[in-house]
Ligand binder design. Structure first.
Ligand SMILES: [Zn+2]
Ligand SMILES: [Zn+2]
Ligand SMILES: [Zn+2]
Length: 760
């Protein structure tokens, strides 16, 4: 008999996905002895003793039958000398050894069908147990403090298993064999309900009671896997008015959690692809078009044609709906303005006691916070508005390896961090707006945590070109501390670099539209056409939108009538029009006079090529939105207004010296605003910009002999623009690319920066 010994190292997402139990089963099946164990570098080590042909069969099984959530990046086999030492196959205690890089733990996974069945089964010991999980589901990224993934390294450490749970944990044939989150009513975390002061409310069924309170119009803070949500009813206005008032969120859409797919269909349109997303184990919030019968409160997503919906993702969420007849609950992240989602109980009590009526706590700590992900579809194309829970920190796999390991720290708004190691990019969970210390710490900690988890040895750190961004300063500090090279990447270039590597193209003409990015010349860019090749970090700005004045700088971003005034100055009776609209200026007539005065003495007005500001101005001229109370509001409302419109103006794009005119566009909208419907004018404005940008991009692609045109930046979330642009580009025989795995907005910026730093 030809008996051999082999050591195998597997890298990838192999901890926390039932990988060791799987290895155990295929080893036993193939009659092999030895062991399997987790390692401190997030990989798995296997030692096999047995016949050579059985080991070959084992390796075949490993590749072909691995658990659905496992991802294998590499398998290294090393023949060993010496005599056989094992008489059976076992799962050994994990080793702290960390030597290989690039493995990582999985994201949090929504409750699986088996667990859901048990949750509803009266005979099951975990009947109605809110924290029911197994090797196929449950929290992962948010629960793990350090590697290897063992219970002692997670926040389950505080809950020793009872005999029943232990018997399942140690049974190789059980679904919970070595499931680190295994728990039950007897030994696991407990949920409890309190009033807003934190005073315990005694109850038999706390979770169902919380559901009842929600349905009655109370506001309840609910602790989940990755942080607190603030929840309330969706069919009543009163709690929403109250919630918006205390959260200082006048208009920003609130995400909701629907009871079931059937419930979703009662108020929104859902296609096959959207059903797939809603029910996938990542359970993102999906933006769905409201249907004709939409009956939820208009205060959920005011002025928008769509609403963000997710399905329950934990046992607790399912139980909230048990005793009530509600289609959905509002389920919005609990965070103070511009700060990260709240994860600790005392912080929740302190920060939310003025907002909520009750708290639904559980007594397990959250190791890492993680917001919900948000996705929308443009036809069948998936667009990430936020890539977080369910996705982070699983890597994006590039088809080419970077030259060195690099860290990207992103920009300022909607930020993330990113580590690019080899051909894998690990993007952090959603961090938020990095304008204050709390978010800065969150970014720094999450990035360092990712570096540790992946065992990366960074050589460069990338950030924005903006000299005053908090992230720029953080990058400088990290570069000094660690001896890393500092690479500053222009904002729009980072967007296009991300798109280029996501699709592995050698060159691209990239249309990058957003609100603001610091340009190479120090000016405000935001409607750019760049020609980019793999010669990182070189790129050409080949065309852009017309520069327009921003009267009052940041004030113009807040009050889009100011942008419109700047564009229409000397073209219409501006004074008359602004005075008619003076109620939309916080200081009324006095402010109008100042705006007019500033325009007369143009000297101190900054200018921008931003596409976002042009859309804002159109929204203001059409009376769709006069104040931006959240990022992208005027443009989002303009898109909502345009969704049922048609191109009534049919304006021919005006292009002069590689600049697309936007003054003429606004003027035409202004002149026609009494003649045509808002919907048609809003659509016409989209059509002009999309066709104009496409024409410019096609011209530049032909000039540079490029075959591909891409669309990136926050504005690329706009479906109407993306679809018109795609049509024009494809009609010219060129390929049109959009982001599929990273957000087109600034959540994808850290990824683009890391690419430029790694490949240059
Ligand atoms: Zn499960
Ligand atoms: Zn138990
Ligand atoms: Zn941007």
């Amino acid at each position: 008999m030809n008996v051999v010994r082999t050591k195998i190292r597997v890298t990838g997402i192999v901890q926390g996905v039932g990988f060791r139990p799987f290895i155990y089963r295929i080893a036993v099946k193939n009659g092999l002895d030895g062991y399997v164990r987790n390692r401190g570098d997030a990989g798995v080590e296997i030692l096999l003793e047995g016949r050579e042909k059985n080991i070959r069969k084992f390796l075949k099984d490993l590749k072909e039958e691995k658990p659905p959530l496992a991802q294998v990046y590499g398998i290294i086999t090393l023949p060993l000398k010496g005599k056989n030492r094992y008489e059976n196959f076992t799962i050994l205690r994990s080793s702290e050894e960390a030597e290989l890089s690039g493995s990582v733990i999985p994201p949090d996974i929504a409750i699986c069908d088996e667990c859901l069945k048990e949750l509803r089964d009266r005979e099951n010991p975990r009947y109605e147990y809110f924290f029911i999980t197994c090797t196929d589901c449950g929290p992962r990224y948010t629960i793990i403090e350090r590697l290897p993934y063992d219970r002692g390294n997670t926040t389950m450490r505080d809950f020793p298993m009872c005999d029943f749970c232990k018997s399942e944990y140690t049974d190789p044939l059980n679904r919970r064999f070595h499931a680190q989150t295994v728990a039950c009513t007897k030994c696991g975390p407990k949920a409890y309900l309190t009033n807003k002061e934190g005073g315990l409310i005694a109850n038999k069924d706390n979770i169902q009671e919380a559901g009842r309170l929600l349905s009655e119009g109370f506001i309840v803070a609910i602790k989940g896997y990755g942080g607190f949500h603030v929840a309330t009813a969706t069919t009543k206005d009163e709690p929403l008015i109250r919630l918006r008032k205390v959260k200082h969120r006048r208009q920003k859409p609130l995400a909701i959690m629907a009871e079931s797919l059937e419930a979703v269909k009662s108020f929104a349109e859902v296609n096959v692809k959207e059903v797939e997303l809603l029910t996938s184990y990542t359970r993102p919030i999906v933006l769905l078009n409201k249907n004709e019968d939409y009956y939820l409160s208009d205060l959920i997503a005011p002025g928008l044609h769509n609403v963000g919906v997710m399905l329950p993702c934990t046992g607790l969420h399912y139980m909230l709906f048990d005793k009530v007849d509600e289609p959905a609950f509002v389920m919005t992240s609990a965070n103070p303005p511009n700060q990260p989602i709240i994860k600790d109980d005392d912080e929740a009590l302190r920060r939310l006691c003025d907002t909520v009526d009750y708290f639904l706590f559980h007594d397990r700590q959250i190791a890492h916070r993680c917001d919900d992900s948000v996705i929308r579809l443009h036809n069948s194309h998936q667009i990430f508005l936020r890539r977080s829970r369910g996705y982070a920190p699983a890597p994006i796999i590039l088809r080419e390896k970077g030259k060195r390991c690099a860290v990207g720290l992103g920009g300022e708004l909607n930020n993330t961090g990113c580590i690019l190691l080899g051909n894998r990019a690990f993007i952090s969970q959603h961090i938020g707006d990095v304008e204050n210390l709390e978010t800065r710490y969150f970014l720094e900690n999450s990035t360092k945590h990712l570096i540790r988890l992946t065992n990366s040895k960074a050589e460069a750190v990338a950030c924005d070109l903006h000299p005053k961004f908090t992230t720029t300063k953080l990058a400088q500090n990290l570069a000094d501390e660690n001896g890393w090279q500092l690479v500053q990447v222009q904002h729009h270039y980072a967007h296009i670099a991300a798109l280029m590597m996501e699709h592995n193209v050698k060159e691209i003409v990239g249309v990058c539209c957003d609100g603001y990015g610091y340009g190479l010349d120090g000016e405000a860019w935001g409607g750019e056409i760049l020609f980019c090749t793999r010669d990182f970090p070189e790129f050409d700005r080949v065309a852009h939108l017309q520069k327009q004045p921003l009267v009052g700088g940041d004030l113009a971003t807040r009050y889009p009538l100011r942008v419109a005034a700047g564009i229409l100055h000397e073209k219409v009776d501006l004074q008359g029009w602004l005075l008619q609209n003076q109620q939309h200026f916080p200081h009324g007539e006095k402010e109008v006079q100042i705006v007019l005065h500033q325009l007369e003495n143009r000297s101190r007005i900054i200018e921008t090529t931003s596409c976002g500001r042009v859309l804002d101005a159109v929204a203001a001229v059409l009376g769709i939105c006069y104040e931006r109370t959240y990022e992208g509001e005027p443009a989002m409302k303009l898109e909502a207004a345009a969704i049922k419109g048609k191109d009534i103006l049919k304006l021919e794009p005006m292009i002069k010296s590689d600049v697309l005119d936007t003054t003429q566009l606004l003027l035409e909208v202004f002149r026609n605003h009494k003649r045509h419907s808002k919907a048609d004018l809003a659509y016409s404005a989209h059509a002009y910009l999309a066709r104009g940008l496409a024409m410019l991009a096609i011209e530049k692609a032909l000039e540079h002999n490029a075959k591909t045109i891409g669309f990136s930046g926050g504005v690329a979330c706009n479906e109407i623009l993306a679809l018109i642009m795609r049509k024009a580009v494809e009609a010219s025989g060129l390929k049109f690319l959009v982001h599929e795995v990273v957000p087109p907005g600034d959540g994808g910026l850290s990824f683009g920066q890391a690419i430029v730093a790694s490949f240059s």
